[in-house]
Design a protein around this ligand. Structure first.
Ligand code: OAD
Length: 233
């Protein structure tokens, strides 16, 4: 570990599972009772905005009932104490990393607590219910604020910044993600091409498990604090 200065951590739904936030690809293939394409695509929003807005309103409201777990807290500690470069890239739209103390954090798939006005392009923190069609605080138009979440077919946020970090990191760590959704699923290969060590921590082998130098199987709430303790010792 002596040679490691720059770290990129990628997280997925598995890191929030022990906090009680359901993952996307459960045994029934449904996400909170819905097929992903019925709630997480621009087409779904165009077809049935009430269903989509209400679905995300419920997810946002549920954030008040969950709390960060030891894996989020360990990454918060790593962020506070790691003197080299660190970028935590999360695919999660919950706010558990922030509440666990992470600062060097990027939400590549957007955030539940952010709204995006389709009339004026304004993006800002949002609480409350979009299904009630509130007016945009920037332009005043009603019914134009949608979840600031990257749906299937849309471009993840800050890819330039992520790719720059991947190309200069010494260690890439993936936590709690199935490796089913690109571009995040390809980050391990990019980091390896640039010479990084690669480590996966997941409950089951992900789809890209064989790309990693090392895979540790188990719960994030146990594996991540152990790994952070090692890194900071
Ligand atoms: P998935 O639901 O596809 O995968 C979650 C992974 O976490 C699985 O591989 C589980 O084995 C693992 N897991 C479950 N519990 C765990 C635990 N306690 N500790 C460690 N690992 C655990 O979720 P993501 O990979 O995050 O995109 O899904 C990627 C994207 O697909 C999401 O960001 C979302 C979704 O469609 C958008 O909404 C745009």
């Amino acid at each position: 570990m002596a040679d490691i200065r720059n770290i990129v951590v990628l997280t997925g739904a598995g890191i929030s599972a022990e906090s009680g936030v359901p993952t996307f690809r459960g045994p029934d293939g449904l996400w909170e009772g819905h097929r992903v394409e019925d709630v997480a695509t621009p087409q779904a929003y165009a077809r049935d905005p009430d269903l989509v807005l209400d679905f995300y309103d419920q997810r946002r409201a549920k954030l008040h009932t969950v709390a960060p777990n030891p894996a989020h807290e360990a990454l918060g500690r790593l962020d506070a104490e790691w003197s080299g470069e660190l970028l935590i890239v999360t695919q999660n739209v919950d706010d558990l990393h922030e509440r666990g103390g992470a600062k060097r954090l990027l939400h590549m798939h957007g955030e539940l607590k952010s709204g995006w006005c389709l009339a004026c392009g304004d993006r800002r923190p949002f609480e409350g219910r979009m299904a009630e069609r509130p007016a945009c605080e920037a332009c005043g138009e009603s019914g134009k604020v949608r979840p600031d979440i990257v749906w299937f077919g849309e471009m993840p946020y800050e890819m330039d910044r992520i790719e720059a970090a991947l190309s200069t990191c010494d260690l890439f760590v993936s936590i709690g993600t199935s490796g089913a959704v690109y571009p995040a699923a390809g980050f391990v290969q990019t980091a390896r091409q640039f010479g990084a060590e690669t480590l996966e921590m997941n409950l089951d082998p992900s789809e890209g498990s064989f790309f990693f130098h090392e895979s540790r199987m188990g719960k994030a709430g146990e594996l991540v604090p152990e790994w952070v303790d090692r890194m900071l010792s």
